[in-house]
Design a protein around this ligand. Structure first.
Ligand code: NGO
Length: 461
């Protein structure tokens, strides 16, 4: 283990440019740091200026013996600069001197949490978000509906949450609960205060058993179906040939669009194994235009690339396979792609064979696998220009607590966050390995149940 002398570049994600001034330090107080952005703060001077060409999220930090100057073109840049300062100040408040100039590689850097297989409360979501933004994650994708539960109130359709969010829902019946629209607004506002955009997902036409249980008129024969709390996928489907389907879908998507200030509406589209390919395309031809009708951009899991994609539609690649002809064609036609290959970014995959939680259908994902890949080289034909960004989904079939969430998220989320923010040619596993070790004692002090991955030389907590 190397010595614990602080270095200016000891930041995750790695900044674009680091010019240390090793003879200089400045000691900051926690109070001054929490007031960064306030005009009377003598220790941290903030300047909003686009003189440096820092872009929507970039920032410039100059740390001298006299104090800190933080410059950005937009408030989001100030916020990310403060996250960098927080990491540098951790422990003793001593900031190493020098200059950092930083901006992200990708505009979309997301973490997803699955509230359907196990519900997490507003306070739990907020606390999780606070840990994510430290790594400059700027989108929070909420997987709100699935076979085992429906987690967002939809006025006019009360049984969705009365039944789909009630007792006995979630995997093993262990994760009941739902967000009222007021709760959802609270999460959205809390995220917005941290420059994070909420991306709501209503999964369809598959992964809908909870909706079918609540409203049997949506099933093929109108007969009730039984609730399910197992972890199987691919058995439920909305009916493409029924008008009731579209009345339901439009009511739901309009509600969610109205409640969501961010630009995206995720319509799922994954694993429709019980929908014929013709029905799948017919369904999407009616549903994919709806986000646009309500002022949003549609995102779907990459199976949607089998359908005609309206301009502006975003495709989220999630499978571990090495190529996908439809995604390739969509990218060539100018559709943006988000990279979430399960064998790299799925936080619910086990780290190793002994990991007590998680799944392994996409293989084991130790920290190095989550770190050591290039999103622009993942799918042949899907290059940098086609990429909107990177996302790390956390599916919750095996999760039962916040500690479970933290165990699978840390330290892999920081790895994916660096993939999304930092320049590919500057990234290096050995460097990440050293930098992430510094977070062990910080997470321990904050009560974060991170995994002490054996790949990393963690200091004693
Ligand atoms: C798949 C599936 C989800 C599972 C997840 C588990 C996608 C997009 N659909 O990912 O329903 O929860 O794997 O890893």
């Amino acid at each position: 283990m190397r010595s614990l002398t602080k270095r200016l570049g000891d930041v995750i994600p790695l900044p674009a440019l680091v010019v240390p001034e090793p003879a200089v330090t400045f000691t900051i107080t926690p109070e001054a740091l929490s007031r960064a952005g306030e005009p009377d703060n003598a220790e941290v001077r903030v300047e909003l200026t686009d003189a440096d060409g820092l872009g929507a999220e970039g920032y410039r930090l100059e740390i001298t013996a006299a104090g800190v100057t933080l410059r950005a073109a937009e408030p989001a840049g100030v916020f990310w600069g403060v996250q960098t300062l927080r990491q540098l100040a951790a422990g003793d408040g001593v900031l190493p001197g020098g200059v950092i100039e930083d901006r992200p590689r990708f505009a979309y850097r997301a973490a997803m949490i699955d509230l359907a297989r196990h519900f997490f409360t507003v306070d739990e979501i907020k606390a999780h978000l606070d840990l994510l933004v430290g790594f400059k994650i700027n989108h929070l994708h909420l997987h709100l509906t699935d076979d085992q539960g429906w987690r967002l109130e939809i006025p006019g359709w009360p049984r969705l949450t009365e039944v789909g969010g009630g007792p006995g829902t979630g995997c093993d019946g262990a994760g009941p609960g739902f967000l009222t629209l007021a709760d959802y607004a609270e999460v959205v506002a809390y995220a917005a205060d941290r420059f994070v955009t909420v991306v709501p997902e209503i999964d369809m036409p598959g992964h809908v058993n909870a909706a079918l249980v609540a409203y049997p008129e949506l099933t093929a024969d109108g007969q009730p179906v039984a609730p399910r709390v197992d972890a199987e996928v691919g058995y439920s489907s909305l009916v493409a040939g029924k008008e009731e389907t579209y009345a339901f879908v439009e009511a739901v998507l309009k509600t969610v669009a109205d409640a969501t200030p961010g630009p995206y509406l995720h319509i799922g589209g994954d694993e429709c194994l019980n929908t014929s390919p013709e029905d799948y395309r017919a369904f999407l031809s009616r549903v994919l235009p709806l986000p646009g009708k309500y002022g949003k951009r549609a995102i779907g899991w990459h199976e949607i690339a089998a359908a005609d994609l309206p301009e502006g539609t975003v495709v989220q690649y999630w499978r571990p396979e090495e190529q996908d002809a439809n995604v390739n064609a969509a990218a060539s036609a100018g559709r943006a792609v988000i990279m979430s290959p399960a064998d790299r970014t799925y936080l619910d995959m086990k780290y190793d064979a002994d990991t007590p939680l998680g799944l392994d259908w996409a293989g084991l994902v130790p920290v190095r696998r989550a770190y050591d890949w290039d999103p622009a080289a993942r799918l042949p034909g899907v290059t940098e220009e086609a990429l909107l960004g990177v996302a790390a989904p956390l599916w919750s079939e095996t999760l039962r607590s916040v500690a479970d969430v933290q165990f699978l998220t840390f330290p892999r989320l920081p790895a994916v966050a660096e993939v999304g923010w930092s320049r590919q040619d500057a990234r290096d596993w050995e460097s990440f390995r050293e930098r992430v070790a510094l977070f062990g004692p910080r997470w321990a002090a904050a009560g974060v149940a991170y995994f002490r991955a054996p790949e990393i030389d963690w200091p004693a907590n």
